[in-house]
Write a new protein. Structure first.
Length: 179
């Protein structure tokens, strides 16, 4: 097998300007009090890869421009739409009013495994991801339409938030028959 890496031109990626005006998938990512700017940057990069509509940066989550965000976003903070909210609950209430289905990624007594969740057709989706230690805030959790969890089999109780965003976006877009 004669493998070679594809060049950037062969990948056919959109420019930042083209991305800004391109149609996006009806998914918003809500970051609830994310401590690490590196995690926030990684989420920007993942949201760019999956053409998410927007990121809601809430509470203590840092906002661009920020050196640490840029380090992992690699410029995606320039292409992905974002908005800051004082709290995730504030963002979620606004999204609910705009017709979004609110799905929180959190271990609760009624969480459903991500792979088993059936997305009602025709809904725009808002995915809420919580603080690296505390998870999704209680006030925000009460506003969720459903709680999902990524099954895990090791000793840790959670996956890094930026990794969880990637897994969840992939699975939700797959369920929506987009990928």
């Amino acid at each position: 097998m004669n493998l070679r890496k594809l060049s950037m031109s062969e990948l056919g990626r959109l420019s930042t300007e083209e991305f800004r005006t391109a149609g996006k998938f009806p998914i918003v990512v809500v970051l609830d009090d994310i401590r690490s700017q590196n995690n926030t940057g990684s989420v920007f990069r993942t949201c760019d890869a999956f053409k998410a509509e927007q990121i809601c940066l809430c509470g203590i989550t840092a906002t661009p421009p920020h050196r640490e965000i840029h380090k992992t976003a690699l410029g995606a903070e320039e292409s992905v739409n974002w908005k800051y909210y004082n709290s995730a609950a504030e963002a979620v209430m606004e999204l609910k009013k705009s017709g979004y289905l609110i799905l929180a990624l959190e271990h609760t007594n009624s969480s459903l495994p991500l792979q088993d969740y059936k997305i009602p057709s025709g809904h725009k989706i808002a995915l809420v991801f919580g603080n690296e230690i505390q998870g999704v805030g209680d006030e925000t959790l009460k506003l969720a339409d459903a709680c999902l969890e990524i099954p895990q089999f090791g000793t840790k109780h959670s996956i890094n938030v930026s990794v969880a965003v990637g897994i969840t976006l992939w699975e939700i877009l797959r369920k929506m028959k987009i990928i």
